[in-house]
Structures are given as C-alpha cells and as structure tokens.
Design a protein around this ligand. Structure first.
Ligand code: SAH
Ligand code: SF4
Ligand code: F3S
Length: 459
C-alpha cells in the first residue's frame, strides 16, 4: 500500500498527524478485494493503513456469512472494537467503527441495536462509497448503506495503488443460482456484469504500474455478459481482449460454475496464450442425488465429460474444487461416491467444508441433518484422500522445469516465491526480481508447495 505522499498529497499531510485505518477481512477473494478497494479510496483521502487497531482512527471489519463460523467471527470482532470504544471513552470517542461485507448486508440496521458505538454498516455493493459514508458518520449518529446497487456504480473506485505483480479485478458480482445450501445470492444480490471498457481500463492501468498477472473475480464468472457496447461480450470475448494487453503475462478467472462451461470457453485456454492452465471448478459432491438436492444443475457424468474435454484440449491443466461434507440427508453411500469421485478426477487440490446451516438458504429447513461428528469424520476422510493425490501430483513434478512468475521473497531468508502457470506455489533459491518469468528446476515438495532452484531466466 502506497503512502499518499507519493503524490501531491505530500504537501498537505504531515506523516505524524496522518489518519490511520485498520481493516480486518474474512471470506472470499472478492471480500479481500473489497478491503483493498476501501484502503485504496481512503489512502487517496490521506489515510495510512495500520496493522494495529488500537492506533487506528477508523476500524473496518469486512465480514463473511458463508458459514456460521465466519458469521460468529464477525460478531466477536465487532464486539471487541465497539467494546474498546466503551472502555476507553476519552481516547476512543472520535474513532469510527465500520462493519462491512456480507454479514452487514444480512443484518443491516439491526446491528445498531446490538452494538453500541458502531458507526457505519455497509453492504458489499456499497463499499465504493466508504469515504462518503465516513464523512456522514462524523455528523450523524450512525449510517446504514445496504441498498443493493444493481448498476455499474458498484464497480467504481477500483484499487489504484497496487505495487505487487499480481492483482484482482472484479468483472461481475452477485449470483442467480440459489444453490440450496448457499446464502451468497441473498447477500451479494443478482448478477451484474461490469462493462468490458471499464475492466480494460483498470487492467491497462494495473499493467502500467507493473502488474503482470490478473485474476478476474466474480461469484459466477462464466455467466459474464456485457451488452453495453451493442454486441454481447462473453467471458471468452473478454479473455480475447485481455490477451492482447501488452505487458500482461498471465490471466486467471474465478469462480466458474460447472453448468455454465461452454466448449467455446474451454477453447480460451488454447486460443489465448496468457490464460493459465488452471481451473477452479467446484463440484460440491460426487453423488447425483445430493447434487440434485443442492440444485447445482449438472450430474457427475456431465461434470466428468467437461473434465475429459478440458484435459484432452489442455493436457496438464490443473483442476481444483470445493466440496461440502454432510449436506442434509447425505448417506454413507453418497459420501463414498464423493470419495470415489475425488479419486477419479485427481484434483490438484480441493477446499472442503463442513455443511453449515444458513438461515436464508433453503437446505436449512431440511429435517434430515447429518450429525456433527459424522460430518467431521467425512470431512477428515475427504481431506486425507485428497492429500495423498496432491502428494502424488507434486511428487511427479520433481525433476521437471517450471515457468515461475516471481512474486517476491518467501518467508525463509534467501528464498523466493512464485507460482507456476498451473497456479502451484514454488519456493526456490535465487535472486530474481519480482515480475520475472523464471525457469525453476523442481527438486522437492511439501503438502502445499514445490521447492527448487532457479536455473535461468526466460525473458
Ligand atoms: N461462487 C462460488 C463460491 C461460493 S462460496 C461458487 O459457486 O463456487 C465458496 C464455497 O463455500 C462453495 O463452493 C461451497 O463449497 C462452500 N459453501 C457455501 N455455502 C456453504 C454452506 N452452507 N456450508 C458449507 N459450505 C458452504
Ligand atoms: Fe452460492 Fe451456488 Fe451461487 Fe456459488 S453458484 S455463490 S455456491 S449459490
Ligand atoms: Fe463470504 Fe460473502 Fe464471499 S458470504 S464467501 S464474503 S460472497
């Protein structure tokens, strides 16, 4: 994060007196990105970020409600900061506490009754207005901004001061799928695609500031559709346009819905050299009965057909997925089908979660819940089975050369870190500037990374 005195603000702000902002983030990449956007907006207004809530003038808790645990963390964090305000009225009275993101959207005004000292409640589609909301909070008792923004306005104020070589770019937001376990469509609202023009402008600016990899974000990027310039632009068309941005090396996109992967989109991996051979394709379950109850809109056979086509087209493509253990009514047999499915697909990695009741989601009304101990055992098994596969895949890469986009120093001194085109983390010994595409000989691996030595630079 840049200090605002990189620019003309230098003349107006004394470093010692600068206002400070602390942000705590829960949830998905979109939430991480929304936090970066808020920091970027506030940095333009003279705030510097701090890691210490106790020295902050503004404390923001950016929250997630996808599972009950995430929601509880949001409240305990909010309770801590409003509590500090109550305990330290002298030193804390001018500080502002902001509650943003999906739990803010879910609870809205109700939060004000529960948490005295809360100043701003802001939903995900209103975070671009954070500066204006803070200004209002200095004169009004409390400000609530949770009206869903269905226009292009929500994409205003993208992150400006990126210094890394990798950046996220929102291309759409919201979800129309209403999977029966999921609360996201109720909180992020209906799907809205951002105009391609605005995405291109943001990417050009990022590349000009040194970014070499972009990750296109959306709850459901496959249904991206921008009709603002006459002809409808799909994700494939957007990837085509981005592929021609000179200086940009790599493009990824997340998250894809298996039902919406078209043959044309699959060809993006071969038609456009910058689109990386990695696809996160959350399947959730390997049982057709459960997939139907989840309203996912595909069968295991159709999903496997997509996997076969992708692998025929893009040999070596890395696939990752999400799984939910213990969806209501899941039997041992359904679970065994899921285990078999994981063994069959051989994902690079999976994210697996215990089923969690979300009051807004339809499955929470089911009378056939799986006991928590059974859910825990099933989750453990999913993770064990996947770990063995990840180790086999990583082990098979020992002795190969990989193209690594160098992201910076790793935590261990003398080592650097980057990712392969497939998205695998590589730690290696070398002294290569960030942003270089380095050739690394893989010599070892752990459960979540590859290890190697830099052999030569490719450009
Ligand atoms: N839009 C993305 C991400 C949704 S949330 C998608 O469709 O893939 C990320 C993951 O959280 C989901 O893929 C699912 O595996 C998990 N998840 C969502 N709701 C859940 C719930 N109620 N309990 C447990 N896991 C859940
Ligand atoms: Fe939730 Fe399903 Fe939408 Fe993903 S596709 S955000 S799991 S409703
Ligand atoms: Fe969580 Fe909202 Fe993302 S519920 S997963 S922060 S869309």
């Amino acid at each position: 994060m840049a200090f605002p005195f990189d620019n003309s603000a230098y003349h107006y702000y004394n470093f010692q007196n600068m206002k400070k902002v602390y942000v705590e983030t829960y949830g998905c990449q979109m939430n991480e990105h929304d936090s970066e956007r808020m920091l970027s907006i506030l940095s333009e207004k003279g705030y510097t970020p701090t890691q210490h809530p106790k020295e902050a003038d503004v404390v923001i808790v950016n929250t997630c409600s996808v599972r009950a645990k995430a929601e509880q963390k949001a409240y305990s964090s909010l309770g801590r900061y409003t509590g500090l305000k109550k305990k330290n009225p002298g030193t804390w009275q001018d500080r502002l506490v902001v509650f943003s993101g999906c739990v803010a959207q879910q609870e809205g005004e109700r939060l004000l009754g529960r948490f005295q000292g809360l100043n701003v409640v802001v939903g995900p589609s209103q975070v671009h207005r954070i500066d204006e909301l803070l200004a209002r909070a200095r004169t009004e008792e409390a400000v609530v901004a949770v009206a869903p923004e269905q226009g292009q306005d929500r994409f205003r104020n993208p992150v400006k001061d990126v210094h890394g070589i990798k950046a996220s770019v929102t291309i759409m937001e919201g979800c129309d799928n209403f999977c029966t376990y999921c609360t996201v469509p109720y909180l992020r609202g209906r799907e809205v695609s951002r105009s391609a023009r605005s995405i291109m402008d943001e990417v050009q600016a990022l590349v000009a500031s040194g970014v070499r990899e972009v990750v296109l974000l959306g709850q459901n990027v496959n249904s991206y559709a921008d009709a603002s310039a006459g002809r409808t632009m799909t994700l494939y068309d957007l990837l085509a346009a981005l592929n021609s941005v000179s200086g940009l090396e790599r493009i990824r996109f997340i998250t894809s819905h298996p039902r919406d992967i078209t043959d044309r989109l699959m060809h993006a991996f071969t038609d456009f050299g910058k689109v990386c051979p990695h696809l996160h394709l959350p399947v959730q379950s390997g049982s057709d009965r459960i997939l139907k109850l989840m309203a996912r809109g595909y069968t295991t056979a159709r999903y496997l057909d997509t996997v076969d086509k992708l692998r025929a087209l893009v040999p070596g493509i890395a696939l990752t997925s999400d799984f939910i253990a213990g969806f209501p009514s899941e039997t041992d047999e359904d679970h065994r089908d899921t285990i078999q499915f994981i063994r069959h697909v051989r994902y690079d990695n999976i994210f697996s979660f215990k089923y969690s009741d979300r009051p807004l989601a339809r499955s929470s009304a089911s009378a056939d819940k799986v006991p928590p101990d059974v859910i825990a055992a099933r989750l453990g098994e999913l993770q064990q089975v996947q770990l063995a596969i990840t180790r086999e895949i990583y082990g098979s890469l020992t002795g190969t050369h990989q193209q690594v986009l160098v992201e910076g120093d790793s935590k261990k001194p003398g080592r650097q870190q980057g990712r392969t085109r497939e998205g695998r983390i590589v730690n290696f010994s070398g002294t290569v500037p960030s942003g270089t595409l380095a050739n690394v000989l893989i010599e070892d691996f752990s459960d979540n990374a590859l290890y190697g030595t830099h052999t030569r630079e490719e450009n």
